[in-house]
Design a protein around this ligand. Structure first.
Ligand SMILES: *[C@@H]1O[C@H](CO)[C@@H](O)[C@H](O)[C@H]1NC(C)=O
Ligand SMILES: *[C@@H]1O[C@H](CO)[C@@H](O)[C@H](O)[C@H]1NC(C)=O
Ligand SMILES: *[C@@H]1O[C@H](CO)[C@@H](O)[C@H](O)[C@H]1NC(C)=O
Ligand SMILES: *[C@@H]1O[C@H](CO)[C@@H](O)[C@H](O)[C@H]1NC(C)=O
Ligand SMILES: *[C@@H]1O[C@H](CO)[C@@H](O)[C@H](O)[C@H]1NC(C)=O
Ligand SMILES: *[C@@H]1O[C@H](CO)[C@@H](O)[C@H](O)[C@H]1NC(C)=O
Ligand SMILES: CC(=O)N[C@H]1CO[C@H](CO)[C@@H](O)[C@@H]1O
Length: 493
């Protein structure tokens, strides 16, 4: 449990370090009550009012800031060369009975801790899109589909029941550390409800490992074999199964693919492996900060994790069956109580530090959203992205090290992902304040698509990578995508 908590919470220490960095992209809008603290560089959402937390932090921050912090970009540049552990050792740790045994002990202990914690500070039940939708006047449906390799995934449908017909079928896979409820967190103005209100038939997908995707026909979600996956599996197994399911339900061969960050990664993998086989069901994609290339990531916390990624792998294998276990009941309880109950503002700052200075994080909705956040994924899925850091225009399969690569791929180095296999028209929206998926990488990815796929590329300045789920100005974020969809529908594209 500890190393994973470190994964999530050590940033609290780093946070103090990074916040001393000057920021080029603090967003200050004229006429609004935003102020940027000159010492920390953090955007203060409550403007003129002195934030008590900040005034406590400031003296500490000033001291640490004086210690010449290492910029994230520098760490990122060295991360391709930091193999902390012998890859053979890593491989040995991934799936064996000793690490399974130690992980079982941690799982059982944390269940006990959660039981005690929950008695004092209960965590609310997860938000289920099919149960939330009716509260906002929509019809919700839930289904399970099973992939060819046995994962059971929840698919949710949200519709306006009074529409005579639907203008389009929209599919939305989940974002990083999120799930099928990603796009309902800000209630009425959420992307899902906006689309449904205007008579689009909206389907919310699940990727293995996230909430509603922890079932399997054979494996338990506490086994290391269950967590042996990354974006490749989302694209090659999970997307096709769910796209086919929606096709059988709607007959649509003009689905519209909306999403954020890893939805792009999964799409690129799907098309690299399957070509037109499933792409032919799609008529367009509308993606916020899609991840193909990730070489220029400059978030200090994630850059530090990229450097230490082999340590993360070993720790996760030893105590958490390869799960980046934010949904471990004890960790979830800490996160919910910190971000959802006790101090949403603290988590607002943490998200700025993790993802870039932006006022576009609507923390008053955290008590609602953190019922489902942060979600678990596999350590491999997370490390897959960290492997790209510091390598410009690099998108390959997961690199397990030469010996394990040979076993899995019959070659010692991982193969390239051909981004140009994606031919469906893509509309990419880079987020200008994002330090994780930075606009330059998004543009490189867009330029690597097949010519027919390069529909539009746009930068939305004031948002960071957390904004897609909880924007303050939701029109500024979702408006461009929805207008593009409407324009595409109007000209029959
Ligand atoms: C783990 O134990 C099972 C029996 O419980 C055995 O079949 C399997 O080979 C063992 N795996 C390893 C990697 O030792
Ligand atoms: C459903 O669509 C109708 C118009 O077709 C609209 O009047 C109504 O407000 C919509 N319902 C919801 C819940 O948005
Ligand atoms: C889907 O499967 C899960 C178990 O994996 C179960 O809890 C849930 O109720 C199922 N949902 C539906 C709609 O059948
Ligand atoms: C899909 O098309 C088939 C054959 O044309 C038809 O029988 C079926 O009712 C359609 N399903 C839907 C959901 O429209
Ligand atoms: C592995 O690759 C070699 C050549 O690179 C090939 O001869 C062999 O058939 C491959 N084996 C498998 C199982 O694909
Ligand atoms: C796609 O890119 C690969 C290299 O990544 C190249 O070999 C191939 O020719 C390209 N295909 C097209 C249609 O451009
Ligand atoms: C008593 C108890 O909770 N035992 C559990 C310990 O963990 C293993 C694996 O997660 C479970 O199968 C046991 O039921």
């Amino acid at each position: 449990m500890l190393p994973c908590k470190l994964g999530g919470l050590v940033p609290l220490t780093l946070l103090v370090v990074v916040s001393g960095l000057p920021s080029a992209n603090s967003q200050v809008q004229s006429g609004s009550v935003v102020s940027v603290n000159p010492v920390t560089g953090l955007v203060n959402p409550i403007g003129g009012i002195t934030d008590p937390l900040l005034s406590i932090l400031n003296p500490a921050v000033e001291v640490v800031a004086g210690l010449a912090p290492i910029p994230g970009a520098l760490l990122g540049a060295v991360s391709p060369y930091t193999a902390v552990l012998n890859p053979l050792l890593q491989t040995a740790l991934l799936q064996n009975n000793i690490t399974q045994f130690s992980s079982d002990i941690v799982t059982n202990l944390s269940a006990l801790v959660a039981l005690v914690a929950n008695a004092a500070l209960p965590v609310p039940p997860y938000l289920r899109p099919d149960q939330e939708a009716p509260k906002f006047g929509f019809v919700g449906e839930a289904y399970n589909v099973t992939t060819s390799d046995g994962y059971i995934l929840g698919v949710f449908r949200v519709r306006n029941g009074t529409c005579r017909s639907y203008r389009s079928v929209v599919i939305i896979p989940p974002g990083i550390l999120s799930n099928a409820a990603s796009f309902i967190y800000i209630k009425e103005n959420s992307l899902v409800y906006r689309l449904a209100r205007e008579c689009n038939d909206v389907w919310l997908f699940t990727f293995r490992g996230y909430l509603f995707g922890r079932g399997h026909t054979l494996l338990s979600d506490t086994s290391s074999a269950f967590w042996d996956f990354y974006a490749y599996h989302w694209g090659v197994y999970d997307l096709p199964t769910q796209i086919e399911f929606v096709y059988r339900k709607t007959n649509s061969t003009t689905m519209r693919y909306f999403g954020v960050d890893q939805s792009g990664t999964a799409l690129l993998f799907m098309n690299h492996v399957h070509g037109q086989r499933y792409q032919r069901f799609l008529a367009g994609t509308y993606l916020l900060a899609p991840i193909g290339y990730l070489g220029r990531l400059r978030s200090l916390v994630f850059d530090a994790m990229a450097v230490l990624r082999d340590g993360l792998t070993a720790a996760g294998a030893l105590v958490l069956h390869n799960e980046l276990a934010f949904m471990n009941p004890a960790i979830h309880s800490v996160l919910y109580n910190l971000c959802g109950r006790i101090a949403p503002i603290t988590c607002y700052y943490i998200f700025q530090i993790l993802g870039g200075n932006s006022r576009e994080i609507n923390y008053p909705f955290f008590p609602y959203a953190f019922a489902n956040l942060l979600d678990s994924t596999s350590i491999t899925a997370f490390n897959y992205f960290l492997q790209q850091v510091g390598r410009i225009k690099y998108m390959k399969y997961y690199d397990y090290g030469p010996a394990e690569n040979l076993r899995r791929y019959n070659r010692t180095t991982p193969e390239n992902v051909n981004i140009n296999a994606t031919t469906v028209p893509c509309n990419f929206y880079a987020l200008g304040s994002d330090t994780v998926t930075v606009p330059e990488d998004v543009l490189d990815t867009w330029n690597a698509l097949a010519p027919s796929a390069r529909a539009t590329y746009q930068v939305l300045d004031k948002y960071n990578g957390v904004s897609p789920f909880v924007p303050v100005d939701s029109e500024g974020l979702y408006g461009p995508m929805i207008r593009q969809l409407n324009a595409d529908l109007a000209r029959g594209a």
